[in-house]
Design a protein around this ligand. Structure first.
Ligand code: NAD
Length: 292
């Protein structure tokens, strides 16, 4: 079992760290937010900034953005032991992820980018999907540790490939939720019931996760956030963050992503109007508003 430092004990990080501890690892956490430290301590996690870095065999970061990850790496790279495996599970831009790998290599440390999907529920249940970028050797070392927090661990390729997979997937998700929302609003205008559209599309070529797991109208999928006043779920602000990352990457790589760009604008408007904390399937209400 490994000595693991876990940096960033927020909505995702704390339950992930607790699952590592439950699996028998020796985990020390760190967070700069006093309430996060308090929540971690009362959940039974040891919290100690220095201990999370100095003694660790593996250091996992779960932070809000690329700048914070690179800032944290400045401290980690100066203080951790050579040969330490650094796993960044935050969702960040591909360029920062690649910089983090380069800096780790220059400091004789091993590194993986390993963003997740599955949300807070998946973090608590230990059923996350990890998308991993890094060498084969690093993947072999990281895989059993990630398996304590997730049910599917995919090696996507070299440095930054995990982040690339994450933002490509979430660009599909953002676009498809807008598409499903538009289809339900059109159905309403045409006098077609929600259930009839669902029964047809969920077993036809329109089938997708946004329809069958997070159906944006109440009724057809009882567990979808639409049945709970669009409580997240997956907050629109996080959807917007991932769409923006996809557009930054598309523009740096010269890829044409017209629908990704349009979905970003639609979610930007929704979030700017104060709906950042609403589940992203609530975008249907924005579409309805524009239709009425
Ligand atoms: P969060 O804001 O709840 O947690 C982030 C934590 O990092 C906070 O507690 C903050 O205090 C801490 N932090 C910030 N800077 C720090 C530093 N320098 N040192 C130590 N701690 C620091 O965010 P979250 O929902 O846990 O998300 C974390 C990451 O996971 C993000 O990149 C997010 O995009 C990604 N993600 C989130 C979800 C989700 O459903 N919440 C799903 C998939 C991926």
């Amino acid at each position: 079992m490994a000595k693991i430092g876990f940096i960033g004990l927020g909505n995702m990080g704390l339950p992930m760290a607790l699952n590592l501890q439950k699996a028998g690892h020796d985990v020390t956490g760190h967070d700069i937010f006093p309430a996060a430290v308090e929540a971690a301590t009362s959940a039974g996690l040891r919290v100690d900034a220095a201990g999370a870095v100095h003694d660790a065999d593996i250091i996992i970061t779960m932070l809000p953005n690329g700048k914070l990850v690179l800032d944290a790496y400045q401290i980690i790279l100066a203080k951790a032991k050579p040969g330490t495996l650094l796993i960044d599970s935050s969702t960040i831009d591909v360029a920062s992820a690649r910089t983090a790998h380069e800096q780790a290599a220059a400091a004789a440390m091993l590194s993986a980018d390993a963003p997740v999907s599955g949300g807070v529920g998946g973090a608590a249940a230990g059923t996350l999907t990890f998308m991993v970028g890094g060498t084969n050797d690093v993947f072999a070392q990281a895989q059993p540790v990630l398996a304590a927090m997730g049910k599917k661990i995919v090696h996507c390729g070299g440095a930054g490939a995990g982040q690339a997979a994450k933002i490509c997937n979430n660009m599909i998700l953002g676009i498809s939720m807008v598409a499903v929302g538009e289809a339900f609003v059109l159905a309403e205008k045409l006098g077609l019931s929600h259930q009839a559209l669902y029964d047809v599309a969920s077993t036809s070529s329109g089938q997708c996760w946004s329809l069958t797991s997070y159906c944006p109208v109440p009724g057809p999928v009882p567990a979808s956030p639409a049945n709970n006043d669009y409580k997240p779920g997956f907050a629109a602000a996080l959807m917007l963050k991932d769409l923006k990352l996809s557009q930054e990457a598309a523009s740096a790589a010269g890829a044409s992503t017209a629908l990704g760009s349009h979905a970003t604008e639609i979610f930007q408007e929704f979030v700017s109007e104060g709906h950042g904390g609403t589940d992203f399937s609530g975008i249907i209400n924005k579409i309805r508003e524009k239709t009425a």
